[in-house]
Design a protein around this ligand. Structure first.
Ligand SMILES: [Zn+2]
Length: 387
């Protein structure tokens, strides 16, 4: 999203890179509105898909939203979770040149519609709303970052009036928040052309709250757990270190809904960097899309179970990481993993140096609670990612 700079990057994108479609601004940067219409035609044949327009762009193109959930408003038995669906929202391609955000959204949809057993559970218990192309005019006009009015929609949220596209998105957000199934995770998908890295814009407590910063860390660690080695740690970029930035969508979320909604910008790898060099290992969109789906669901499950843990567990010093869970040093402690009914699935010792409990050392189960039990002091607990 390039939030720290406002360079005229169109110049960079105009340089000679006719070799790959994804760099071609005259072809919707490799995926134009027609491509989306084609995909919508395929997706809508699935009984788990509903497609709606949430509004229109400046030039009158529909802003399509793909909603994925198994038919029916309520879930049946949902393991150990409350019996209503939970909602995850994603919008992508605010910046047309960041086509990789589209590829990630598309892979997220592909996973959700797949035969994978986890995908089936996600469709049963969750509603995913995905707007794959939030700025279709910009895509068709070959703009790098703007809509048909030459406005960067990403930073339009504190304008009055707002552009038609954010106006429609905000209206959609507000309608869901007033309904029976509010949004719990809101992702804003981009592709960064500076770092050749996958990362989230973490919002520091100065612009949110200490509790929210903890929630963000837990969310990011949970997504990392589903794509080990694929994503940077939460502290890769500094954002909101001096206060809330209200002209971004995440500003809208924080100001209006606080810690009820985990709202983050995700940046994928952009194949073309600002330096003009290729980001050669861009890709892995299937891994990323799946990790965002599963990580979002893990986060919601953790929030549902948090009140149960809060009765017995202080804020934990255990840290979710890409490779597993990291224990803090300096403790003499045991760990154990139980299911929500309290049945112990595994246990072990933690050395004085702390250390890592790797994913492959843990049993698989839909919901697992990891406890760290120091020789003195209260137990600390953590909901483990969905595996
Ligand atoms: Zn962007």
């Amino acid at each position: 999203m390039l939030k720290w700079m406002g360079l005229a990057i169109a110049l960079v994108f105009a340089s000679a890179h006719a070799d790959a479609g994804v760099k071609d601004s005259t072809n919707g940067w490799g995926y134009g509105y027609d491509s989306l219409l084609h995909d919508l035609g395929v997706w809508r044949q699935d009984s788990n898909v509903r497609i709606d327009s949430v509004g229109a762009s400046v030039q009158g193109r529909a802003l399509w939203m793909v909603s994925i959930t198994a038919p029916g408003d309520s879930v049946g038995r949902s393991g150990d979770l409350p019996e209503r669906k939970h909602r995850v929202f994603m919008h992508a391609r605010t910046h047309p040149a960041e086509v990789q955000a589209l590829w990630v959204a598309r892979e997220s949809i592909r996973f959700l519609l797949s035969d994978d057993a986890k995908a089936k559970e996600l469709r049963r218990d969750y509603i995913f709303n995905v707007i794959p192309m939030y700025n279709p005019d910009g895509v068709e006009l070959g703009k790098a970052r703007q809509n048909a009015h030459d406005v960067d929609l990403e930073s339009n949220w504190d304008e009055n009036p707002m552009e038609p596209e954010p106006t429609a998105l905000k209206k959609t957000f507000m309608a869901f928040m007033a309904g029976p199934t509010p949004i719990e995770v809101a992702l804003n998908l981009h592709a960064d052309s500076y770092n050749c890295a996958r990362f989230f814009f973490f919002h520091y407590a100065a612009g949110t709250s200490a509790h929210y910063a903890d929630l963000e860390k837990a969310y990011i660690g949970g997504v990392q757990a589903h794509y080990p080695g694929g994503l940077k740690d939460w502290d890769f970029v500094e954002s909101w270190a001096t206060g809330t930035v209200t002209h971004y969508p995440e500003g809208f979320w924080w100001v209006n809904h606080g810690d009820k909604v985990l709202a983050l910008t995700y940046e994928d790898k952009n194949t073309l960097t600002q330096a003009g060099a290729d980001c050669l290992d861009a890709g892995g969109y299937d891994s990323t899309g799946t990790a965002l789906d599963l990580g979002s669901v893990d986060y919601i499950k953790s929030r549902i179970l948090a009140p149960i843990l809060a009765r017995t567990s202080p804020v934990t010093r255990m840290l979710l990481q890409g490779e597993g869970v990291r224990f803090p040093p300096g403790l003499s402690a045991h760990w154990e993993i139980r299911d929500p009914r309290g049945r112990r699935l595994a246990e072990g010792a933690i050395g004085r140096d702390g250390g890592l409990l790797a994913w492959n050392q843990m049993p698989t189960a839909p919901v697992r609670i990891l406890s760290m039990l120091p020789e003195s002091g209260p137990a600390e607990r953590l909901i483990l990612p969905f595996r």
